[in-house]
Ligand binder design. Structure first.
Ligand code: GAL
Ligand code: CA
Length: 330
């Protein structure tokens, strides 16, 4: 009898310690692996998961919502404890929320913001990101500050700023709001902006290079006073196009200020070389850390106020943007 009791006790101990050591599994869906900023984001999440002793698996949505939907099904079937989702099409987030809810798995959206209406349908649905309008405002301010402190930047001396705008993917909050608020900020600084051309280049360097080159050919580089891009990759594409036309290579007479958003390493290097005016830090590290911390707290039913990030309206964590100019990179 005693022996049996002892055995039962040991068995319980084993079960308890096993269940405690069971590692948390995070299923993370990225809209597309081939994206410079999302790579930084992924690295931050991988590092934070490792620190927390959790397992994180990443799926590449390849810019296709159907592909991503199957990946979500698979993660759920494989028994992940929580989902982190960077939706391909943020307006198609409702079915993802429904699936997570049906499986009683928390879901943390990142980088592409579902509507509050969608998020409100599930108490364990959250969004972590940065306020798009803030980055737009800051990039517009960078251009305005430059224009004011460099009278020669007003090439045609009309007191107005003739610019080209390179926009990100259609429907993305960062594309819509960065475009709007960068121009608003220029107006607010007292400078009248004049749009020479704008185009969607899908966050992509190569597309932006081709488009910028076509604009330079049709408009003439000497008539362009600024290039504003919704992200760094597109800004760098524009820089390549400018360099191919002998611009932004060191001669102050042949220079067009270019701004982006993200503060990716390649953009900071271009700024150090004097090829790009500035960028706005899109804080992938903090967004990634916050995403993993919140995901794990939700999965483990912990107090959400203990993760060190302020949760707004029980739905959002906002990570601030920050202006970066040449001097800051050194
Ligand atoms: C933006 C970022 C872009 C691109 C996009 C993907 O926040 O600035 O470079 O990564 O997200 O959704
Ligand atoms: Ca002008």
């Amino acid at each position: 009898m005693r022996k049996n009791l002892l055995l039962a006790f040991i068995l319980i101990l084993v079960i308890v310690s096993c269940s405690q050591a069971q590692e948390m599994k995070i299923g993370a869906c990225i809209y597309r692996f081939n994206d410079a900023f999302m790579l930084r984001f992924r690295n931050a999440m991988a590092e934070e998961s490792q620190k927390a002793g959790a397992k994180i698996d990443f799926a590449d949505g390849q810019d296709d919502q159907n592909t991503q939907n199957s990946q979500i099904d698979e993660f759920i079937a494989n028994g992940v404890n929580v989902l982190i989702v960077n939706p391909v099409d943020r307006m198609s987030s409702q079915p993802i929320i429904d699936k997570a809810k049906a499986a009683n798995i928390p879901v943390v959206f990142i980088n592409r913001e579902p509507s509050l209406e969608m998020l409100s349908t599930y108490d364990k649905a959250y969004y972590i990101g940065a306020k798009a309008e803030e980055s737009g405002t800051q990039s517009g301010q960078l251009i305005a500050e430059y224009f004011k402190s460099h009278p020669e930047a007003d090439k045609n001396k009309d007191g107005k700023l003739q610019y080209i705008l390179l926009r990100g993917q259609n429907g993305h909050q960062d594309m819509i709001l960065r475009s709007k608020y960068s121009i608003e900020a220029i107006k607010e600084s007292g400078i009248e902006p004049v749009e020479l051309a704008n185009a969607i280049a899908n966050w992509d360097k190569l597309q932006a290079m081709t488009i910028a080159n076509a604009f330079i050919m049709s408009i003439g580089a000497e008539n362009i006073e600024a290039i504003i891009a919704n992200n760094d990759e597109m800004a760098l594409g524009a820089v390549e196009a400018l360099k191919a036309n002998n611009y932004n290579m060191g001669d102050p007479a042949l220079y067009i200020p270019v701004v982006g958003v993200d503060a990716n390493a390649s953009a900071l290097e271009a700024m150090d070389r004097g090829e790009m005016l500035g960028t706005v830090l899109n804080d992938a590290d903090n967004q990634g850390i916050a995403a993993v911390k919140l995901a794990l707290a939700l999965a483990e039913n912990k107090d959400l106020n203990s993760i060190g990030y302020k949760i707004i309206d029980n739905k959002y964590i906002w990570i601030p943007y920050q202006k970066v100019t040449r001097g800051d990179t050194k």
